[in-house]
Ligand binder design. Structure first.
Ligand SMILES: *[C@@H]1O[C@H](CO)[C@@H](O)[C@H](O)[C@H]1NC(C)=O
Ligand SMILES: *[C@@H]1O[C@H](CO)[C@@H](O)[C@H](O)[C@H]1NC(C)=O
Length: 393
């Protein structure tokens, strides 16, 4: 929030400065109050963030950025929970323990503490989730969709939760591996909820990059191959089609989300997905491009303790595994890809001004809570998809 307000304000000042027809004094009259306001907003936000205990200030480059107390991969382990009856479903966890037992105390001194808790994965769409599930499956760990289904491409065949699919489309119950845990917990029986007593992780991704992936997605995208009645007569690599699709998608999803929230406001359970919106009336049930903050936070409460950035997937995933004593690493992108669409040629740089503005509006919580940088209406060459919040100590 601080980054946003100070940046847009700075932008306003800069563009005013350029108007040379203004006299020097006139310009000063505008700039000075502007700077004071900048300072005031900046300080107020810092105070707000720290006083409420919701954030800590983190130095990033030359700027202080108010960072919400984020669950970060590289955080020191919070619990020194040495419960021996831990339910680590991973062979990896057990293996690591045995190895530790065999080692001399000298060597152990350098070993970081292994978190003795089961680690579960919450699969946000288009964040490399199938690759994560595949790595898990390779280690005998059941993650995400693999709890409910045997998936040949992913290599999992130990489904352990009955997938009770409703005969209607539901934000909470359809594809439960994509459902925000706070919602799933409310609506399913304990046996249907995979995350009890576990620590959770998600992969998060820059919202501009993520929507490009949604566009090319074989399930929900522009020319989704797993959907019926999808016309294939248009070129998916034409930016006009991309921007049309993005704008329609974001508008539809925004309407569906607002409708869902309105219906559920009074506490009455409305499981059935809202209907009556254009292109895909069940869009919310599919959970594609639902904001990532929906998964990580429930109000001020942090539901998901560990974040892996898609932008540094290999490195951060491996660090997380090490933390939980799981002997697994993420292969390179070429090797880890599951269901990859190799036809894609467009990137976030092809998003036009209107698309960018709609994404900014819809995915605002993701930009703000995860430190992804918003642009006003077009990308500069030096735009970085990476979060501005630090994730390494
Ligand atoms: C998954 O595969 C296992 C082993 O082949 C089988 O026992 C089980 O019934 C399958 N589960 C589902 C949900 O298909
Ligand atoms: C979403 O709702 C707005 C306002 O009611 C409407 O103008 C817009 O067409 C809707 N979007 C879609 C894709 O139906």
């Amino acid at each position: 929030m601080v980054a946003m307000s100070s940046r847009s304000l700075g932008f306003g000042i800069a563009s005013r400065e350029r108007k040379s027809s203004f006299g020097f004094l006139k310009a000063l009259l505008i700039i000075i109050p502007g700077l004071l306001l900048f300072q005031a907003v900046y300080m107020f936000n810092d105070k707000e963030a720290t006083a409420s205990g919701k954030g800590t200030l983190v130095k990033s480059g030359s700027k202080n950025i108010a960072q919400p107390s984020l669950p970060v991969v590289t955080q020191a382990p919070q619990s020194d929970d040495s419960d021996d009856s831990n339910k680590q479903s991973a062979d990896g966890g057990k293996l690591q323990k045995e190895q530790n037992d065999d080692e001399t105390p000298k060597k152990q001194e350098n070993k970081p503490t292994v978190i003795e808790k089961r680690l579960e994965f919450v699969h946000i769409t288009k964040t490399g989730g199938s690759a994560v599930e595949k790595v898990g499956a390779g280690e005998g760990i059941i993650w995400g969709a693999c709890h409910y289904m045997n998936l040949t491409e992913v290599g999992c065949d130990k489904a352990d939760i009955e997938y009770i699919a409703p005969n209607y489309q539901s934000y909470a119950l359809t594809s439960p591996w994509h459902t925000p845990p706070k919602l799933l917990k409310k609506y399913v029986e304990t046996a249907q909820y995979p995350y009890t007593d576990a620590e959770l992780f998600v992969v998060i991704r820059n919202p501009y990059d993520r929507i490009i992936s949604e566009y090319y997605c074989p399930w929900l995208g522009f020319q989704a191959k797993y959907r019926k009645n999808v016309k294939k007569d248009k070129d998916p690599n034409d930016p006009v089609n991309l921007n049309w699709w993005v704008q329609n998608m974001v508008s539809t999803l925004k309407n569906a989300t607002e409708e869902f929230e309105m219906k559920n406001k009074d506490g009455i359970m409305k499981l059935e997905q809202s209907k009556g919106v254009n292109e895909d009336k069940y869009i919310l049930a599919q959970k594609h491009y639902v904001n990532q903050a929906e998964y990580v936070f429930d109000g001020d409460e942090v539901i998901v303790q560990h974040l892996v950035h898609y932008e540094d997937l290999g490195k951060e995933f491996d660090a997380l595994m090490a933390k939980f004593g799981i002997d697994a690493t993420m292969p390179s992108k070429e090797k880890s890809g599951v269901y990859t669409n190799n036809e894609k040629k467009l990137s976030y740089k092809d998003l036009d001004s209107k698309s960018i503005k709609m994404i900014n509006d819809f995915a605002k919580p993701d930009f703000e809570k995860f430190g992804y940088k918003m642009v006003d209406d077009k990308f500069q060459d030096d735009y970085s998809l990476k979060s501005t919040f630090k994730s390494e100590p």
